[in-house]
Design a protein around this ligand. Structure first.
Ligand SMILES: Nc1ncnc2c1ncn2[C@@H]1O[C@H](COP(=O)(O)OP(=O)(O)O)[C@@H](O)[C@H]1O
Ligand SMILES: [Mg+2]
Ligand SMILES: [Zn+2]
Length: 509
């Protein structure tokens, strides 16, 4: 007899339906799995066999053939166990297959028949929403992420026996339903706040400007000056997350297996801080079964690269394309997969080998050529994608011992959101969302300077040694500063502030 069940697999960030056919026929006892299964699926034979026996059913002493279709799709993971086990039980006449056409089945089986969680369930739930079958039986741990998709019905069940019982009478449990908007409100809480950072008014202002215009930023300061502390709080001043963004972030983290199972939806923007020893693939994404890298895990949030010059040249080179396109193309044998990668890049580095350069309270003993060499490591194409660089000197003792709280993240975020609204309106017909994304043509159109401002910028370029490369960046950042001030025109003071955010132009040139 033949039985048919449905399950799903994840490729990249997308999910595809898998049809599982099981044939139990007379012949020498044997089991055959066809349809390009990987090693994980071969292992699944053993798990399914134990789970069936330990759930009180018979393992058929017949010839079992299992086909996973479509055959050209490379299938990964242990998520088909449950569907295979049910297929075997029905094909061997031990259970009824009447309900199989109404449900998709998802889950790895443990040897005693418990249903274990897997990665990528939100991606599967979103695919199911566009599939004729809208009901899914899945592991309890994965239920919240699936139940936020309104189009589908989700039944979290504990073990194989519970599934068999449910299929005999699907009225015994109601489906789990969650309301995404409610969860989002509940989840959108950060544990950190800018009010905890004493002093550092200049750095905080620069971060506010960076986030407002979507500008990438470099923080230059000695160890202990507070760079990491500042960077970690950037997501708290980014615009409030929308439901669409939350779903996208959650899907990415679900596929990558970095989603905590208790929450259905990630309501906070990610902060990713990979170590400089990270491999290119882990940073950018890819592999034989392509997985999102750190740049995709940072999507909609912050990618923090601490000790930037320590990253391999190859890794830094690989960042250029996604910084430009806000997505990454990962090639596979048959097709190219795209992962989103739109984040604010925050890089930190020591100002010089001794750490004291840029610190007004200490003396730097490094030779100028040594400093140039050190900073030169990060010059070039990557630096070209970073609009703001500032020095972060350690906070003064008096400021550190202040007892009153500094300005809260919410207050800063409010200004950021207002500045973003102006940009969205400005660029509504240009296909971009913020000032950092302006091309040369748009800069000419939207960053007009009056005589005084123009003169100031000319002087800065000539006398402070600001590079020509910095010219367009100063214009873009000036635009953001004037947006924060709700000013239509870019004023002299906006340009003069923007010039202060070009620390590396002065040191490298
Ligand atoms: N402005 C500040 N306000 C309050 N605490 C600070 C400040 N700057 C530094 N600290 C304290 O010093 C610690 C080290 O700062 P950190 O951000 O790790 O420095 P860096 O990343 O530059 O090496 C922080 O965890 C924090 O406790
Ligand atoms: Mg640090
Ligand atoms: Zn030094």
């Amino acid at each position: 007899m033949i039985a048919k069940t449905y399950s799903f697999t994840v490729v990249g960030l997308e999910s595809y339906a898998i049809e599982i056919e099981v044939d139990v026929a007379n012949g020498l006892p044997a089991i055959n799995l066809v349809g390009l299964p990987d090693t994980a699926i071969k292992e699944s034979r053993e798990r399914v066999r134990s789970a069936i026996k330990n759930s009180g059913f018979q393992w058929p002493a017949q010839r079992i053939t299992i086909n996973l279709a479509p055959s050209d799709l490379r299938k990964e993971g242990a998520g088909f166990d449950l569907a295979i086990a049910l297929g075997i039980l029905a094909a061997s006449g031990q259970i009824d297959d009447r309900q199989f056409k109404n449900y998709a089945f998802l889950g790895e089986l443990s040897l005693d028949g418990e249903i274990r969680p897997l990665c990528g369930v939100l991606a599967i739930a979103l695919a199911l929403a566009n599939y004729p079958i809208k009901n899914i039986i899945l592991p309890v741990e994965n239920a919240p992420e699936a139940a936020i998709v309104p189009e589908i019905s989700v039944w979290p069940l504990k073990n194989l026996n519970a599934v068999v019982q449910f299929l005999n009478d699907p009225t015994i449990y109601p489906p789990l339903k969650l309301i995404p908007a409610e969860i989002l409100t509940h989840q959108a809480q950060y544990s950190l706040d800018f009010s905890e950072v004493k002093g550092q008014y200049f750095a905080k202002r620069a971060l506010e400007v960076a986030v407002s215009g979507g500008h990438n930023i470099i923080l230059i300061g000695a160890p202990g000056s507070g760079k990491t502390m500042l960077a970690k709080r950037i997501p708290t001043i980014m615009p409030s997350i929308t439901l669409k963004e939350a779903l996208e972030i959650t899907k990415i983290h679900s596929v990558a297996g970095t989603l905590s199972t208790k929450v259905g939806l990630l309501g906070t923007r990610p902060f990713r801080s990979p170590h400089h020893s990270i491999s290119d693939v882990a940073l950018i994404g890819g592999g034989s079964l392509p997985r999102p890298g750190e740049i995709t895990l940072a999507h909609s949030g912050v990618l923090f690269l601490d000790e930037l010059p320590e990253f391999s040249r190859k890794s830094l080179e690989a960042l250029r394309q996604p910084l430009e396109d806000h997505e990454i193309c990962v090639s596979r044998i048959k097709k190219t997969l795209k992962f989103p990668a739109n984040f604010i890049l925050v890089a930190a580095l020591n100002p010089c080998p001794c750490g004291n350069y840029f610190n007004p309270q200490k003396v730097c003993h490094c030779h100028t050529t040594k400093i140039k060499n050190y900073l030169g490591k990060i010059s070039g194409p990557l630096l070209d994608r970073i609009d703001i660089h500032i020095a972060v000197p350690p906070v003064k003792y008096q400021e550190l011992t202040q007892t009153q709280d500094a300005e809260s993240s919410i207050a800063i975020k409010l200004r950021v959101e207002n500045a973003r609204k102006i940009q969205q309106k400005r660029f509504s017909t240009f296909g971009i969302t913020c000032n950092a994304q302006m091309t040369g043509k748009l800069i000419k159109k939207f960053c007009l300077l009056n005589k005084n401002a123009e003169e100031l910028l000319r002087l800065a370029i000539a006398e402070l040694g600001l590079s020509a490369r910095g010219y367009n960046k100063v214009l873009k950042v000036s635009r953001t500063i004037s947006d924060l001030a709700q000013s239509n025109a870019i004023q002299e003071e906006h340009v003069s502030e923007a010039i202060q955010y070009r620390a590396l132009d002065r040191s490298i040139n």
